[in-house]
Design a protein around this ligand. Sequence first.
Ligand code: AMP
Ligand code: ZN
Length: 466
Amino acid sequence: MSVRFFNSLTRAREPFVPLEEGRARMYACGPTVYNFAHIGNFRTFVFVDVLRRHLKWRGYKLLHVMNLTDVDDKIIRDARAAGLPLREFTEKYVRHFWEDADALGIERPEVAPRATDHIPEMVELIGRLLRCGCAYHSDGSTYFRIASFPRYGALSGDKLAGNVAGASERVEADEYEKDDARDFVLWKRTQPGEPTWDSTLGPGRPGWHIECSAMAMKYLGESFDIHCGGVDLMFPHHENEIAQSEGATGRPFAKYWLHAEHLLVNGRKMSKREGNYYTLRDLLERGYSARAVRYVLAAVPYRKPLNFTLEGVEAAERRLKRLNETVRRLREAQTVAGTTADDVTTITQLRAAFGAALDDDLNTAEALAAVAQLETTVNVALTRGALAESFKTAALAAFDDAQATLGILDPPEEALLDAAIEALIAARLEARKAKDFARADAIRAQLAGQGIVLEDGKDGTRWRRA
Ligand code: AMP
Ligand code: ZN
């Protein structure tokens, strides 16, 4: 069985056949670094992470590029309001993005280029478009000529018609300078007070779309395997990327286009503009763990909208606690030599079902159902006792698969540490019951020294890493 993806370009589920056998080259549109990313953004980035982890787990040699958009209207507006040079302003949010991504267990892409470090590549690409008649200058700016690219709209299809009128928040305002209202800006002439670069196109700055084409082609070649991002980027951003890239090279740009549906709050897209968002930090401050947030974001298959609730994170927290406890008990369980293990077949079947679910367009819900069955099988075996070595090995390998691809389990060291922390919390409770407050305080101080914060509530003591 092979890996299969729903390709937005063909609107069909297709086997993944990379351009070069055994290698997967993919590009994901990255964050616009003018603020903290919200967990809606991270739904898309967790999807991309599960995609990359699964491809690696299936043995592909991966080259994954994700850009950082560090120049655009909102960034310029907010950098100016903060009184900071563009680079200094974006630097802070790039750092915060990686901190949050690390906390969510998102693996770093092989290359994470910044737009402002690739201005010459963008100018070069726009030069090619001018030479082939796909672009034109107008009033100091340069535009892409949609009429030069008859396949325009192939990706977004009939969604396009409704969008052309400017439903996208990023459609350019300066309509009157264009030959055709659909044309989009490649290079914007300098505006007073805006950052500017000298170039053969005249002084100015790049439009948003051109950065992805230039950086994708620089690091992945003119044609590569997978391009992904959130579904809101399909039009106009991805459509424009295709037009610019294929217009310049005459070759297909990306073979598979994968789009993550939105994270919703009460049925509406989570977005900065609506103000209905949480950042990861907001949730950590409320005492939730980053791993539970990752679980929530990964558990619903990426092509289904996901309604976010705090209750959902709480349920994930409980779910992960039980799961990690099972894995910890399994790791620590003694095995008995010479026992037979009928259950090994069940484990093998569940491992196969897990892999097949992810092969099937990353069906994380089915994959997690296999993990839940695995957990039950292991708990039954642990309760029965007399665990066979072959069973323990097979079950641990199955959990390793889940960890490699979904990244939701505690790492072994942390799991042991968690058990030790909980033992200390129990000892503190005992001390308090015995009115030995000096010992209770000493335990709290000891945990604080290890970066563990305790919160006493009416339902008992909760803890989190500071
Ligand atoms: P931005 O930082 O706005 O460029 O967005 C970064 C990524 O987050 C893009 O791939 C967007 O499509 C994606 N995104 C934005 N809002 C949501 C949402 N509510 N749910 C899922 N993905 C989103
Ligand atoms: Zn992009």
